[in-house]
Write a protein that binds this ligand. Sequence first.
Ligand code: SAM
Ligand code: SF4
Ligand code: SF4
Length: 337
Amino acid sequence: MNMNVEDQLSRPLRDLRISIMDKCNFRCTYCMPKEIFGKDYVFMKEEELLTFGEIVQTANQFAALGVNKLRITGGEPLLRKNVEELIQELNQIEGIDDIALTTNGVMLPKLAKSLKEAGLKRVNVSLDALDTTVFQEMSGRATKADVVLRGIDAALEAGLGVKVNMVVKRGLNEQEVVPMAKYCKDRGVMLRFIEFMDVGQTNGWGYSKVVSKKELHTLVSEIGPLQPVDHYYFGEVASRYQYEGSDVQVGFISSVTETFCGTCTRARLSADGKVFTCLFSESGTDLKEDLRAGQSDAFIKEKIKTIWENRSDRYSELRTAESSKNRKKIEMSYIGG
Ligand code: SAM
Ligand code: SF4
Ligand code: SF4
């Protein structure tokens, strides 16, 4: 029987984001800027990554504590070999009714079909611009946006649910907001705008570079009036709107200007087996050593339970320009977005 645990602020544990790979084939300016994550950056060694067996064992214990949704992320999760096998195994876990994956989309033309067959329900594809120059500037690579668009098409063809995520950074891609919204509306796909966040230590974040939900909403309303839609479930991060006269929705993840820590039910497992209770954590609690020492499931479960029960994070509610600078936050690519 699965149980429920609550943290210090009475928030249940419901979601687990599993980073399966810290490496990435992109160098997005807001996540892994190439000047910093260049040749000298040390990524995890193969043996440091949790094996699929270890990930499944851990996810089982999270499920036993009330987690019903899993999201596979990274780094770029589709760079991990045989990721379909992992999805298939995670899909067998009792209590898990939703498995999604966040990707930059480059590998989707090759993998969408087999991911769907393995039991994946949905993908969130990150795409910050349609214009080639802007896209390349955002992603730090020469790949063209067309490759990601083909990835989106492949996911739709395979029958996967598709949402597109767009991070908007002032001075870089605001001019792409309306073209992206039109493109997604025409494809019948939900586009979610993500406010640029101060994750990690390297992305040069400042309030002046955040394009707020309010501004984004005004820009998108150029296409047509937007009607608010009720939240689907407790802890949903996006506020959603529907274009008048259409069933296509658009969402806003306003992690900076309208925070949602009060309903945050998400835990994160890094690729090397550490549990983090907040995207802005400075440190995590290691499980890999316990897993490799052959500790029992009951031990792992109790350890996770204690971590969650001690949790009181609400970084976004407390964020100031000062706190953003002074805190030694873990990089997004490591902790899993
Ligand atoms: N590589 C995959 C991708 O890009 O979709 C998965 C990992 S990525 C870290 C997960 C999500 O975090 C992406 O949608 C990305 O745009 C978002 N992200 C990364 N850095 C961010 C930042 N500083 N502010 C807001 N969102 C960010
Ligand atoms: Fe890679 Fe995703 Fe980070 Fe971009 S946002 S650098 S695709 S992990
Ligand atoms: Fe959750 Fe931390 Fe983000 Fe608040 S800041 S919503 S607690 S991950």
